[in-house]
Write a protein that binds this ligand. Structure first.
Ligand SMILES: [Zn+2]
Length: 432
């Protein structure tokens, strides 16, 4: 084992905050490093700057389709003039980041129109009148790097188009509950869950889904089974995901089941959840600042292993940078999982590609990018008591719900070859 080299060499980076970070690391004063770790990171500064008013042409376009071929929700019924509630609200809360084009005309989903679009959003029901060619154009748009966001009844759409169910991740299977419910935050590190804490309560119509492609999904939110009469649902294990995301080719799919009731569209938590989901789907998400309940894990401490609170069940977030193709490293989570990090870029996922769980599984997709990269690891016990691990590399799920052979009670960082650089490492223990 070769120890992590804590940022010995300066590298090209114009940001003064990061330059200060490098200088601190060269001095290696733990107190200074701790202070800097709690200070805003350059990316966070960039995130707040992104909210400044921008020229319309500077903001990427969202195409928001609210066509109801089946049940028509109140929030998408347009008054005699103007837009429906969902259209007005989404246009408003997405405005800092996106131009939103609202339509109820399915013919606007076509290859030519999609050339100017970054994210397609569906709040739809039934068999949409979209031609076969335009359906193929929609899938090709996402496969080639576009974003797709489904809200609430988007899964109550296209029952006669098989591929759509797999694309969005599940099919509506009734709404056994319409009440105030508890929602558990499954992945505290996902930007769409920022500010939601470990759990929250909300009054909405609550879907259950069938044909969930669980092995391909990163579940972000799920129903707290204790908050409802769970026997009214059809899933014997009580597992009802309410929001998830997945990779689709080079693109990204985000879904949230919330959003039936008009007041939910005015709820700041829902608005932020959807906005950050849009940003994530567009590939514009910023590295996550540590939530208030996170434990900051210092780089020096990690050299000899740090105990993870709560027995290791929770969310581990770390950021790393590979200076060249020879950079190699591992994140060891107890005896349960060793995650491979690499500066080498492969043509296809391999057993030692960046993001592989050593000896267990290659990443499902390649999700490396230049510069600082993020690794988010979520572990939890399933209803059978088995530990499951979900890993996202740069926001893209590369392992979902993989069974772990042993608990992950501590974390170690290891490097060999050219050293990787690490920053902003934190852990949120699961409390639910
Ligand atoms: Zn509904």
């Amino acid at each position: 084992m070769i120890e992590v080299q804590p940022l010995r060499q300066p590298w090209r980076q114009p940001n003064p905050l990061l330059a200060a970070f490098i200088a601190a690391c060269m001095l290696c004063g733990t107190a200074v490093l701790q202070a800097l770790l709690s200070a805003p990171l350059p990316a966070q500064v960039a995130a707040s700057e992104a909210h400044a008013p921008q020229q319309d042409t500077a903001r990427p376009q969202v195409l928001f389709l609210t066509h109801s071929a089946g049940f028509a929700h109140e929030v998408v019924k347009r008054p005699a003039t103007g837009l429906a509630i969902a259209e007005t609200e989404l246009s408003a809360f997405a405005a800092p980041a996106f131009r939103v084009r609202c339509t109820q005309d399915c013919s606007e989903v076509n290859a030519a129109a999609l050339r100017d679009v970054r994210v397609v959003v569906f709040y739809t029901t039934g068999e949409l009148p979209i031609s076969e060619a335009n359906r193929a154009a929609l899938l090709a748009f996402v496969r080639e790097g576009g974003g797709f966001v489904g809200i609430h009844c988007a899964t109550d759409t296209f029952y006669e188009w098989n591929e759509f169910g797999q694309f969005i991740g599940g099919r509506f299977d009734g709404h056994p509950w319409h009440q105030e419910v508890g929602v558990l935050v499954e992945d505290a590190a996902h930007p769409a869950n920022a500010g939601l804490g470990a759990a929250f309560r909300i009054h909405d119509e609550i879907y259950q889904h069938r044909e969930l492609t669980r092995s391909k999904l990163s579940v972000l939110l799920r129903l707290d089974p204790k908050s409802v009469d769970i026997a009214r649902g059809r899933h014997a294990d009580g597992e009802h995901p309410l929001s998830w995301c997945s990779a689709y080719g080079k693109g990204r799919v985000f879904y949230t089941a919330l959003g039936h009731r008009p007041e939910v569209w005015k709820d700041e938590r829902f608005r932020r959840h959807v906005l950050e989901g849009l940003r994530w789907a567009a590939g514009l998400e910023q590295p996550q600042p540590a939530p208030p309940n996170a434990t900051q894990l210092l780089i020096e401490a990690a050299l000899s292993g740090v105990a993870l609170p709560g027995g290791g069940d929770g969310t581990l977030h770390l950021e790393f940078e590979a200076p060249d193709a020879a950079a190699l490293g591992q994140v060891r989570l107890g005896a349960g999982a060793t995650i491979h990090l690499s500066g080498r870029v492969d043509a296809a996922p391999l057993a030692d590609s960046c993001g592989a769980i050593v000896g267990v599984a290659a990443p499902s997709v390649l999700a490396q990018r230049a510069g600082w990269q993020t690794l988010d690891v979520v572990t939890r016990r399933d209803s059978a008591g088995l530990r499951r691990i979900t890993i996202a590399l740069n926001g893209t799920p590369v392992h979902t719900y993989v069974a772990l052979p042993a608990p992950a009670q501590e974390m170690r960082l290891q490097c060999s070859g050219t050293s990787l650089r690490f920053r902003n490492i934190w852990f949120v223990a699961r409390t639910t």
